[in-house]
Write a protein that binds this ligand. Sequence first.
Ligand SMILES: [Zn+2]
Length: 807
Amino acid sequence: MNYRLPTDVSPTHYDLTLLTDLTLHKFRGTVEVALKVVTDTSKIVLNVAELHLSDASVTVAGEEEAFVPVSQAIDSIDQRATFVYPCTFTAGSSLKLFIAFEGKLNESLIGYYEGTWEDGGQKKFYTVTQFEPTAARRAFPCWDEPSCKATFEMSMVSASDTVNLFNTPHQSFEYLESSFKSPISGKTRPIRVYANPSSIHQAKYTLGVTAKVLPVYEQVFDIEYPLPKLDTLVIEDMDAYAMENWGLITGRASHYLLDPNASNIQQKQAIVNIQFHEVAHMWFGNITTMEWWTYLYLNEGFATLMGELIIPGSGYLSTICVRIFISSFPRGFPEWNLDAAFIALHINDAMLLDNKLSSHPVEVDCPDANKINQIFDALSYSKAASVLRMLANHVGVDAFLKGVSVYLKSNLYGNSVTHDLWKGIEEATGFDSSNFMDAYISKPGFPVIKVTESEGIIHIVQARFLQKGTIDDTNTIWNIPLNLLTVDSDGKSSINKVVLKERSSFYAVNTEQLFKLNAGTFGYYRVMYTPERFRRIAIEAAKANSVLNTGDRLGLVQDAFALAGAQLMSLSDALELLTIFKDVRDYYVWSSISTALSNLINIWWEHAEVIDLLNEFRRILFKPIVSEIGYTYSADEDPDTSLLRTCAVINASQAKDEEVVNELRQRFKQYQATRDNSLIPEELQGPIYTSAVEFGGEEEYLAIKRIVDDPKTPTEKLAAIGAMCSVADRQSITSTIHYMTTEARDQDVPHFVLELMKNPKIKREFVAHFKENYDVLYEKFKDGFSISGLVQVFLSPLSCCQYLTSS
Ligand SMILES: [Zn+2]
């Protein structure tokens, strides 16, 4: 079976007319597609799904006669329509294909679908598209593959009191507007954010960051943003978090809105991360598109690396903004320590998937269009971004970006494959990145290096790291940039960028002094030292004036728990590291500690005596931080302190520290009594609402439920859902599950499930509920991105062999 469409004809332009009827929940339209005939054919095959088609006539350029098909077939599994005509269209000729179609607007969250919003207590409908990867065919018949690039003209017909938004300018509506001046052409273009009237005031931050980042990308890539405007539409009903439609980004309210009265760093970072990522896609994905889904990482890995790290974190924003005189934006976000954020989130996420025998290469063979959703995973996003970050560090970020610009310019408005990227980087740097990167891109998994030492010499051996311990994968040798940090007798440190290219090698190192591999944690691999050496490095890393940085400390925590999980290190050595780090105050180190301990709790959840001990350990670690930095946030404090406070309060309250729980409950009580919420900072809504419900009664539960129904911000809604799911008594558990299945929006169901599965009181029962209702859930979410996450969440607590048979 060939999963790709035949290439006998190729579309060059679409004229699309779409009529939307929000009252009857239907749409219909016509599409006229200009086609170039590549090889002689009498057949036209294109994608379509869940649409009713009529007509399908073809005219040949310069001729009058319209040909109607002698036969037509719809394949609903492969989502294709095949039309056979009574004549042969000859190579080189131009055709016009005309098709009329109609479809239903449903709530599937993919294709052309409808969502709801409230206006003065009245339920109203809106429609929106979600096309990636294979759902454009649900809105109109088309060649729905990444290499079938074509131009579009669109007419939208709808009721006079509605607003239509498209990739290029159209009517106006209620929105916030700014503009940006192109540093390349000097042209000024509008930037807008659309949201429903009740929340539009919360969209200001998104507008600001969009206006600021756009000219920076232009400058870095040296390619002008080509469209006349860039809009962002903020909506409630979406399966993905955001979608980078060219000129019209769509995104979920929970990821795009910010209460203008709150200084919530976490939400600001989330908005910058997602919007910088989506705007990066205007170049990576829209201007230059991967040839097929096999190269999805060329879109997602780059958007992640550029949007979440290099542009916001490395000073590019600041230097370039200063250069082009954006006076309102004097700095980037260097104080956010995005490098540590990247290590904490992406490297670990990627390795958690990549440490399994079932992992797949970043460049993944992906023949079947129906399975494409499955590769929108941590390997296409986080692993690709992590290995590209490793390359950027190795050749230098500036040189790397020059190479990226060369790559984009050589593939402008075209399609690209991996080789094109290496060519661009090699042209700019002279470095053979193709050879250096090959195993990271074309092979599954990643290495662990084992370091043993004798006086003055270290011996390093690489092997594939697996969740259950290493294997000697003789087929794969990775090029490992060792980034060997050494310290001389004066205490001065230096980094040797030597690359391990063989299975094993020896290096001369003064073993009397501190040394550390993978300095700064730029490499995509784990390091295993002897227990003595590991302890020595940890003690050095914990010192206030250490030559080791946050990235090093973070890497040590993540490596230790991964090695302990694989039984390559004792768990008590890993736990001892946390006591060595107890006075460290880097937020990202603590966020990794929090993740490591949560993972342990997730494994041991059925053994109360182990959980009690782990909670006691959590209290010993986190309570002193709460005592030290308190509960009050201030707009001018260091962002790391704000984030650390949130992390420490959450951990201390989850570990049931009496004093912390009482403080949080007291704050909720006061809010209930006075309606004054000044003691509930947005950052602590989660732990405050959860403590109120977990240790409270029906009154608190009902109060939280009211917040879920009418939240002030999307962030508050998520916090309240978490609290609703943390209930202990039977009646409330039933009530929460009932609410989830009957009243919650589809897009919120995965969040309910995730939170309910954290509740040890109902985990087991809920797994049974999942088994019983799997067909219903599958039907609802099968075409979107949520289903694989749901399966993972439900299976994660099944940690004993007995479940293999009983569950
Ligand atoms: Zn993306």
